[in-house]
Design a protein around this ligand. Sequence first.
Ligand code: ADP
Length: 465
Amino acid sequence: MSPLGKILFAGKDQKVAALVADSLVGYHTEQAASFAKLEEKLESFQPDVVIVSEDLLDEGALARAEKMHSKYPRAEIILISPAAPQLGQNQVLETGFSHWLRFPFDVEFIQFAVADCMRRAVVVNSEAGDRIILRDEMDFVLSEISDGVILIDEERKMALANRTACNALRLNIAELVGKPYDEALSHRTLLSAIRGDSPDPNRVEILGEDESYYRVTSVQIKGLGQLVTLHDITYLKELNRMKTQFVNTVSHDIRSPLTSILGYVELVKRVGEVNRQQEEFITQVQDSVHRITQLISEVLDLGRIESRLDKNFAKVSLYEIAREVLVNLRPVIAKADLTLAMEMEDRLPDILGDSIQLRQLVENLVGNAIKYTPAGGTITIRGRSETDQIIFQVEDTGVGIPLDDQSKIFEPFYRANNVSEETEGSGLGLAITKTVVDNHRGRIWVDSKLGMGAMFTVVLPVYGR
Ligand code: ADP
């Protein structure tokens, strides 16, 4: 068990030292029998509480005590004096001792004084120097901030979670303090952020139980543990939703005039002879309109999936969905002169999902593998289950993705640097895919080296998990 706190007894009297050590069971206590030793131990032992005996301070006691305070504001300091102390009450208080005990005293007094100091001593390091903030104040500050804060101690146990974090994750911190963090917390994405194995650590987002969205950041603080913050980004999501809604409305309204353009262009050829050049121009117009129509239907797809309008979840087999998609794509794969390797377990467990969205996911990943792999290459589709997860992978031997672009390709309209303007595409396919994965409480990431192919991995929870 970890000690309740570190206590440094500074005094020469061995009887008092023994009394202190015996009274403070569960604490880690050390002794400094001279003022020089005390100064040294303040640095090396870093105590939470110092109990200093007046005999150690000798003459110039106050000056020495003040020096100690200014040099080491971290420690709460308790003064122990003989029955007839040299120091007066006012002097003791002004010097900033937290408690003053005079002989003879009961062990309970020292236990109380130490417990009180431990409760109050929370240290904030600022650029202007250390400042001690009372723990009650700190609790209040933490509970008032809108971001979630979780502290995991160096033994990987829960030390603290503020009100926002408790609401977001439905935690009862009173029951969880001291428990291993991976027992106390169950949110998968959060756990992988804490473990540091998120595919993209700079962009971890979770949907809380309070229906708010949070961006998770996690930092290791030496001597304290791991600080996890949940930054509320619900308003950004809302802005994004409004933008999507706007784009959707515009896209929807553009559709009808486009259909009309296509119709009339078709008619041009029917109403009279066109020469070769006119025919060529008509084909150009048709191609361009087709491309815009394709873009618009992808924008609308993304909007629909993001707003979860067509969320129609049931028990589905990813194996079946992938098989059907591949049957449809086989001719395209053959035409592109690519080899398809299917390495999926046919007994892949079912998942809870929307079959239309999942079909789109497989189509996008395999479609990209086809598009970005030169003739002669291979596309490998893998599917396996691991404990309560399904791991689905699409790997190709194509052009690959530059490292700098890998974290951005899941954003709408983003296309990597190594893709030429001529390569058809809108940059929306992976944004749709990522939204589908998020809707299914899964994770997606890419492993790739420029010119050496790309491997997309999707992890989804098995049905019932
Ligand atoms: P696009 O319509 O451009 O293919 P996506 O959203 O599907 O849009 O993909 C975004 C970008 O990610 C692509 O433009 C491309 O740069 C890169 N990309 C996606 N899949 C692959 C892949 N299999 N190999 C190489 N690059 C890929």
